[in-house]
Ligand binder design. Sequence first.
Ligand SMILES: *[C@@H]1O[C@H](CO)[C@@H](O)[C@H](O)[C@H]1NC(C)=O
Ligand SMILES: *[C@@H]1O[C@H](CO)[C@@H](O)[C@H](O)[C@H]1NC(C)=O
Ligand SMILES: *[C@@H]1O[C@H](CO)[C@@H](O)[C@H](O)[C@H]1NC(C)=O
Ligand SMILES: *[C@@H]1O[C@H](CO)[C@@H](O)[C@H](O)[C@H]1NC(C)=O
Ligand SMILES: *[C@@H]1O[C@H](CO)[C@@H](O)[C@H](O)[C@H]1NC(C)=O
Length: 225
Amino acid sequence: MFSFLQLLTALSAALLVSAVPAPSEKCCDTSAAVMNLPSNQTALVSPTTAPLYVALGVGVQNYSCSSTTLKYTSIGAVASLFDISCIDKTPAFANIQTTAFKLWDSVPASVTASLIGSKVAAPNLLGYHYFVVGPTGALVPKWDFTSTGKNAGNSSAYVIGAKVGDIASPTTPATNIDWLALNNASGSLASKIFRIDTVNGQPPTSCVAGSANISVKYTAKYYLY
Ligand SMILES: *[C@@H]1O[C@H](CO)[C@@H](O)[C@H](O)[C@H]1NC(C)=O
Ligand SMILES: *[C@@H]1O[C@H](CO)[C@@H](O)[C@H](O)[C@H]1NC(C)=O
Ligand SMILES: *[C@@H]1O[C@H](CO)[C@@H](O)[C@H](O)[C@H]1NC(C)=O
Ligand SMILES: *[C@@H]1O[C@H](CO)[C@@H](O)[C@H](O)[C@H]1NC(C)=O
Ligand SMILES: *[C@@H]1O[C@H](CO)[C@@H](O)[C@H](O)[C@H]1NC(C)=O
């Protein structure tokens, strides 16, 4: 029988051929990396310094059905963040979020996000993005690099963000979650975080009271400054 793992291996072999560039001398150098932001907006302002990290996020956005509005409301997200600074001069970079999403969307729930990054030219796990309960009791977004890669064991390598800018996805906003700018609220990993180039993640437009919580798969690029 053709097992799921064989399928994934075949699929990823095909992806690897088309998506993985040869390592270049500029590998993992973020000094010339620039965010590609839409010109017709002012809510997201690119810093003038180079990013510290350029990451591909692969994960889920979680939602709960509000029984009063019959709309889904956000209850956080979980994503694995992979280093894509090594491939930012290659043709694969521009659409890596789409390449990753197609694979992520095609695998069953038993396949973790961690595996996806390694299949799309981004084998290095930088860390995780998830939500924690903040000082006011509300959920706040955290980027946590304390347990992985070169920051493993460094308890300072995290940042909690506070949103300062938000635009609808320039492509398919009904499907793709917003692009965001956040400032550092605590932690010393970065002072600014951007979520751009989002693919999917939006919930259905309405829900039936009493519906179960849902997780909607998404990918995005994250730039940390
Ligand atoms: C989101 O849902 C996933 C399961 O799909 C779960 O593992 C995770 O803990 C949830 N996270 C939050 C913040 O709700
Ligand atoms: C900016 O341009 C994109 C298309 O390039 C369009 O979809 C979007 O609505 C525009 N946004 C604003 C705020 O004008
Ligand atoms: C730990 O991480 C913080 C935030 O990224 C960084 O400023 C600090 O230099 C790191 N410490 C070590 C020992 O690498
Ligand atoms: C982030 O904010 C905390 C709390 O205000 C501060 O101690 C830290 O220095 C900031 N780090 C960066 C990198 O901006
Ligand atoms: C849905 O998520 C909310 C917020 O995290 C939680 O309070 C609630 O118990 C969850 N509902 C179900 C049915 O799991």
